[in-house]
Ligand binder design. Structure first.
Ligand SMILES: [Zn+2]
Length: 274
């Protein structure tokens, strides 16, 4: 690693643009310290960081950002896109109003379904914690989540805090008077599990045995699992790190459009089996 590379690594840490392995940060810091020009280098970094988007900048231009598609955001306002990815309060503000969670898509002749407007993206850090990526609909804090009691298992004092191991969403669909609760969790053995249920405040919420769940691999569209949603409540579904499509299909008699949730799971870049 040379000085330029060391500077880049520290810059990435300061601005939060990329998660960097702690070993890498240590060596980068050692190189900077040994270099006589390190003070100048550090002040350059701090200057660069101050040019980065702050929460105040983000909130000031949030309406403009909201108008753009995810691809346009990356192109036109990359510093805001990077900020929303790592700043949960700003991402919540982004979705607070006007931002639609679902859109209706025509799938085949006269059939429609409700698809999330942006995929849910998660990165699994070294099999120990889950982090959200992208600007998709933000997760809820697990301690606020109503479904939390579903997965309480034996406690383990050494385990990282619950919010690092569990991401939970309530994806409300106003057209259906109910919503999908989705819970992704890393188990103690490093497996990624998924639980899914339906919730709502009215009597219109479908019974779980009236809803079929289908999980497909997004790349090949091949079917991974299917059955009544009620069959997958006691034991969670184990998913490998790849792109998934989760479909929930209420029985025809209910007159509710199916939901389709793209869920992208990936391992962090620096993940090694050491
Ligand atoms: Zn922010």
């Amino acid at each position: 690693m040379n000085l330029i590379e060391a500077q880049q690594i520290i810059a990435e840490v300061v601005t939060g643009r990329r998660r960097v392995a702690s070993k890498e940060v240590d060596s980068a810091y050692d190189i900077l310290k040994q270099n006589s020009g390190y003070k100048a280098a550090l002040s350059e970094l701090l200057e660069a960081a101050s040019e980065d988007c702050s929460c105040q900048d983000f909130q000031g231009r949030i309406a403009e950002f909201r108008e753009l598609s995810p691809a346009e955001r990356e192109d036109e306002l990359p510093e805001m896109a990077a900020h929303a990815e790592f700043c949960l309060p700003c991402r919540r503000a982004l979705w607070e109003k006007e931002q639609k969670i679902w859109k209706t898509l025509a799938t085949a002749a006269r059939t429609h379904c409700r698809v999330l407007t942006e995929p849910l993206r998660l990165v699994l850090q070294r099999g120990e914690r889950i982090e959200e990526r992208g600007t998709g609909f933000p997760s809820v804090e697990p301690f606020l989540a109503l479904g939390a009691q579903m997965t309480l298992g034996p406690s383990d004092d050494l385990a990282p805090p619950l919010r690092h191991r569990r991401k939970e969403w309530f994806l409300k669909d106003d057209d259906a008077d109910c919503g999908v609760r989705l819970l992704v969790e890393l188990t103690g053995t490093g497996q990624t599990t998924l639980r899914c249920s339906l919730e709502g405040e009215t009597g219109k919420v479908p019974q779980l045995d009236q809803v079929r769940i289908e999980i497909r691999r997004a790349r090949s569209n091949s079917l991974f699992l299917a059955g009544p949603l009620s069959n997958f409540q006691a034991d969670p579904i184990v998913l490998t790190p790849e792109a998934w499509l989760i479909k929930l299909i209420p029985s025809n008699a209910l007159d509710i459009l199916p939901w389709e949730i793209p869920l992208e799971l990936e391992n962090s870049e620096d993940w090694t089996d050491d």
